[in-house]
Ligand binder design. Structure first.
Ligand SMILES: [Zn+2]
Length: 164
């Protein structure tokens, strides 16, 4: 099964072709590195359609496999819009191509989705099924490392004060 059987070979999108999507993907790749450290970074690929259409750009795994809808330039007028779109596409590609929910909420073990939270793209979890365990925002997109990685060793911690 291949969604692209009728398409021509993809083009690897060059840095600078789509600056807003480049920046957004770099942010999302931070979350990928924090949560799936064995995965190589996601990248943008493009398929040139027929001559009267713009090329279609997808968020793909490092091996070029993508899933879901292409990114839409008209929906990437700002950095926040671009990040929402790229996070959504990345979530779709990783989930479908690696066959695993991603990114996971470490509290509920559920796959999260990007949501606009006061203008800031964030990872949203549907929450637990029990009453009192509501949907919640886990972290801003690009900041999952604050959850998945231990605190930086150079961060100052209160020292034990022991009397000698
Ligand atoms: Zn959760």
């Amino acid at each position: 099964m291949c969604a692209f059987f009728s398409r021509p070979e993809p083009r690897l999108v060059l840095t600078g072709d789509y600056p807003l999507w480049d920046e957004a993907l770099a942010v999302v790749n931070r979350d990928l590195a924090a949560t799936l450290p064995d995965q190589r970074p996601l990248r943008l690929i493009a398929y040139a359609d027929s001559a009267d259409l713009d090329e279609q750009v997808f968020v793909a795994l490092s091996n070029g496999e993508a899933h879901g809808n292409s990114l839409i330039p008209a929906e990437a007028q700002s950095a926040a819009e671009a990040l929402m779109a790229v996070a959504d596409a990345a979530q779709e590609t990783v989930t479908e191509r690696l066959w695993r929910a991603w990114p996971l909420c470490t509290v509920h073990d559920l796959g999260m989705h990007p949501r606009d939270t006061d203008g800031r793209p964030s990872w949203w979890c549907a929450g637990g099924s029990r009453h009192g365990d509501p949907a919640h925002v886990r972290a801003a997109v690009g900041e999952l490392d604050t959850i998945h990685r231990p605190r930086r060793p150079h961060r100052k911690r209160p020292k034990d004060r022991r009397l000698r």
